[in-house]
Each structure stands twice: as C-alpha cells, then as structure tokens.
Write a protein that binds this ligand. Structure first.
Ligand SMILES: Nc1ncnc2c1ncn2[C@@H]1O[C@H](COP(=O)(O)OP(=O)(O)OP(=O)(O)O)[C@@H](O)[C@H]1O
Ligand SMILES: [Mg+2]
Length: 250
C-alpha cells in the first residue's frame, strides 16, 4: 500500500443492530485519486460510506485517515480531520440560498477558494440569491459538492451523486470532480449507479455485492472487462464464491 494513503478501510464490517451489511471491506484512496465503489441496490455501498465518516460504527476492522485509526471518533471529529460525506439526499437546506449555503460552508473567509470552486460549477454563479428548494436536482447537487469543497476536504465521499439527474449533467459533473480532485490532491470515494461513467473518470473500481467485495481493479481494466463487471453485479452469488475477491491486474 502506498505511503500517501489518505483514507483506508481495513477488513471493515459495518451494519445495523449488530448485523453486518458490509464485511471484509479493504480499500484505500490517495491524494488526487478517485475510487468508484459500485454494486447493485442493497449491496452495502451507503453503509460503507457511512462507516467511513463515523455515522455507522464499525462491527469489525477499522478506518484510518493518514494511517491513524479513527476508533470511535464522532462524525464531526472525522469531518474536522478532513473527511467529508456528500450524502445521497444532498444535505442541503431548501429554504437557504446558494449564497447562504456557501457562507455557512466556508470555514474562513476565503474568496479565492470560493472562486476556484465556482469555476468548477459556473452555473452556481448565476444562482447566487436562489433558494435551493427552487433549483433543479443537478443544481442542488452542484451546490452540495461545492459546499463540501469549500471546506478544503482531504477526502470527499460522494453517495449517488447522479440520483435523479439527467445523464448529460452527470457527464459534466463527474469530470469536474475528477479534475478538482487532481488539482487539489483530494481523495474521492464515489458511489455511482452509472457504472461506465464512473469508471471512465475513476482510477480504480471496487464492486460490492451482498456486502462483500466481488471484484476490484484499475478502472481501465474494469471498463475493458465489462463482462466481469456485469457478472459481479448480476451473477452475484456464483461469482462471489468462484472468484472470492477476484482482483484484476492493478
Ligand atoms: N438503517 C438501516 N437499518 C437496517 N438495515 C439497513 C439500514 N440501512 C440499510 N440497511 C440494509 O443494509 C443493506 C445495505 O444497504 P445500503 O444502503 O448500504 O446499500 P446500497 O448499496 O447503498 O444500496 P442502494 O444502491 O439501494 O443505495 C441492505 O440490506 C439494507 O436493507
Ligand atoms: Mg445507497
């Protein structure tokens, strides 16, 4: 594992009422890297992300940030060390304007950062005084991500960014996130239903099914071996038992 790992999970299990929804999850993300966490509905993707930010307590294994175990740190303490989640409900307030969101999110008055973030999502510039509840789904999602980026996270964890969005918008937003990750050295963990779009901008992919990693590899390999990805999604159980955590050449 490289020295410059920002966030890693080691043999992580997490779930609800003591029952794991995800088990044996080992993954890492480094500066400027995008890792796509993929898998069918109910595979355990959201649970994995929630465990990374302390919203679900690990049942086994651990989460480390720059090598340091998070232990039982609370979500706000994990946010303070730079690990931020953009949840699938976007975590924005319908009654607040774009400007109000950005003001709340910027820890310090940091106009150059705000300009940099808005350059990535220029649509938001024209919506300054608009209440979030009166914006489109794509605009709301851009605001949610812009808000997170203003806090200069080290790791950005994004759950189902494209939920309810037109593919065209997703096609624009995913590359913007990849470029920002590279420019700022942010590690990104991305859960996404648009498999090909996600892999086309990710460095690596990890596919979960029934709470276990069934396939992982370099995004370019996964894109090429599309049939393996499909088997990992749809041929779930046979695939998992035959290929116990199959790894493509990375
Ligand atoms: N709050 C909860 N309490 C109990 N079980 C839950 C809870 N949230 C999720 N689960 C269960 O945990 C499993 C994994 O759910 P999770 O939300 O992590 O899946 P997911 O991969 O994010 O799915 P989706 O693509 O539908 O968002 C599912 O069986 C789900 O029913
Ligand atoms: Mg989910």
């Amino acid at each position: 594992m490289p020295d410059d790992v920002l966030l890693e999970t080691r043999d992580l299990a997490a779930g609800y009422n003591g029952v794991p929804a995800v088990r044996g999850l080992t993954l890492s993300v480094g500066p400027g890297e995008v890792v796509a966490l993929l898998g069918p509905n109910g595979a355990g993707k959201t649970t994995s992300l929630l465990a990374m930010v302390g919203l679900v307590a690990p049942l086994a294994g651990e989460v480390r940030v720059r090598g340091e175990p998070l232990g039982r740190r609370k979500p706000h303490q994990i946010a303070r060390v730079g690990v931020l989640l953009v949840p699938d409900d976007r975590g924005i307030f319908f009654g607040l304007t774009v400007r109000e969101h950005l003001r709340l999110a910027g820890r310090k008055n940091d106009p150059s950062r705000e300009a940099q973030v808005l350059d990535s999502f220029p649509v938001l510039r024209g919506l300054d005084g608009r209440k979030a509840g009166l914006m489109s789904g794509g605009e709301q999602q851009m605001l949610a991500i812009a808000k997170a980026l203003l806090a200069r996270p080290k790791v950005l964890i994004i759950d189902e960014m494209s939920l309810g969005l037109a593919p065209k918008i997703v096609q624009e937003m995913l590359p913007a996130i990849r470029d920002l990750a590279r420019a700022d050295g942010i590690g990104v963990v991305l859960v996404e239903q648009h498999i090909e779009l996600a892999l086309s901008i990710a460095d690596r992919g990890v596919i979960l099914n029934h709470g276990r990693v069934v396939l992982r590899g370099a995004a370019s390999d996964l894109l090429r071996d599309r049939h393996l990805v499909e088997a990992a999604y749809f041929g779930a159980e046979e695939f998992a038992s035959e290929n116990d955590d199959k790894t493509l050449a990375v």
